[in-house]
Design a protein around this ligand. Structure first.
Ligand code: PEP
Ligand code: MN
Length: 367
């Protein structure tokens, strides 16, 4: 179990070498006023004060701002549910025949957006044929321009549900509006909070009321702490949270976003939740997707979410970063290789007829 907010803990205040007797008396008074206990260790240079009791309401910045205090250690993390310190096991989330958060390495793949029933079906059959058990396809698209394709909306959710029925593939989609959370949770297998909504707190609260697994993506300008606090909102009621690193905004313009592989490593230390990497929105270009995917596997991610399209050249959204079928097959071969070195289990490939470069297959439906 995670730490309960009122569980006793110890905070250590390390005083500066020049802290005065008056500074110390003020600190003792503050500790007493808050109903906390203290044990004082006077070392040759620095004095340490151990503060004991219910520290759940204490703020590190307030204590470190007190006169005479140099450093503060040991306060409970502000995300007790997401933090792994007091949990014995990692959270495991079943996805098809695999479990995210176990030794299994899970790959979610599919088009950026659901564009039509035909496109979704074609993509689903392609993904299934390659041994992928869960397809991504967004019905609500957060587009920078109001003139860009906005997604099929609620109708898209029904289409995804029919595709699921017809093919047996599981489906994953983004939800942007609190009003769509409930219906999405009934019609799809995994819902997603997109990067732009990572701090849409009403949406996060709504996600805590469902039991469907939620992928929460890191906002392009959010710290790891803010990311974990977003997860904490959902964890208030829904323990099926999957964290997704998808690149952050930096000064670099050589790709779309800077994939923060360090974030993956930090998250694996800090939390028991599964962590996946989205190489596609970090890359912004299909040629960079393989390298970023493998970096994600090597950094310790539990899975990937990759954009793949049956006809990238006519995709209504993110065609530049969508892999062709043969590129995805080649990527999967390499992902399996790196994952195996790290002792991770991947699903075996199913069909391999298209793994060499070739022309994009002809459209089976008009664009
Ligand atoms: C997406 O995955 O479709 C998407 C919009 O990504 P992000 O929220 O990371 O920008
Ligand atoms: Mn996209």
């Amino acid at each position: 179990m995670s730490r309960q907010p009122n569980e006793p803990a110890t905070m250590v205040l390390i005083l500066t070498p020049w802290a005065t007797e008056q500074d110390m008396q003020q600190l003792f008074q503050r500790i007493e006023d808050k109903g906390l206990d203290r044990v004082v260790y006077r070392a040759q240079v620095r004095t340490h004060i151990h503060v004991l009791g219910d520290l759940s309401g204490e703020s590190e910045t307030q204590w470190s701002a007190q006169p005479g205090v140099e450093q503060v250690y040991g306060l409970p993390k502000p995300y007790p549910m997401a933090n792994k310190t007091h949990r014995r096991a990692h959270t495991r989330i079943p996805v098809g025949s695999q479990q995210l958060g176990s030794e299994d390495f899970v790959v979610i793949a599919g088009p950026c957006a659901l564009e039509s029933e035909e496109q979704g079906l074609e993509a689903a059959r392609m993904m299934k044929g390659l041994g992928i058990e869960i397809m991504r396809a967004s019905c609500f698209k957060p587009r920078t321009s109001p003139y860009s394709f906005q997604g099929l909306g609620v109708e898209g959710l029904h289409i995804l549900s029919r595709i699921r029925e017809a093919t047996g593939i599981l489906v994953e989609t983004e939800v942007m509006d609190v009003r769509d959370v409930e219906i999405a949770s009934e019609l799809v297998d995994v819902v997603r909070v997109g990067a732009r909504n990572m701090q849409n707190f009403d949406l996060l609260k709504e996600m805590s009321r469902i039991r469907t697994p939620v992928i929460v993506k890191r906002g392009a300008s959010n710290s790891i702490k803010e990311f974990l606090l977003a997860a904490e909102y959902i964890l208030q009621g829904n323990e099926n949270v999957i964290l997704c690193e998808r690149g952050i905004r930096t000064f670099e313009t050589g790709y779309r976003n800077t994939l923060d592989v360090g974030c993956v490593a930090v998250l694996k230390q800090e939390t028991h939740l599964p962590v996946i990497v989205d190489p596609s929105h970090a890359a912004g270009n299909k040629t960079l997707v393989p390298a970023l995917s493998l970096a994600g596997v090597a950094a310790g991610a539990d899975g990937l979410i990759v954009e793949v399209h049956p006809h990238p050249s006519v995709a209504l959204c993110d065609g530049d970063q969508a892999l062709h079928r043969f590129q995805f097959e080649n990527l999967m071969r390499d992902v399996r290789g790196v994952a195996a070195v790290l002792g991770r289990r991947t699903l075996p490939p199913l069909s391999t007829g298209f793994a060499t470069p070739g022309p994009e297959p002809a459209l089976s439906v008009p664009a």
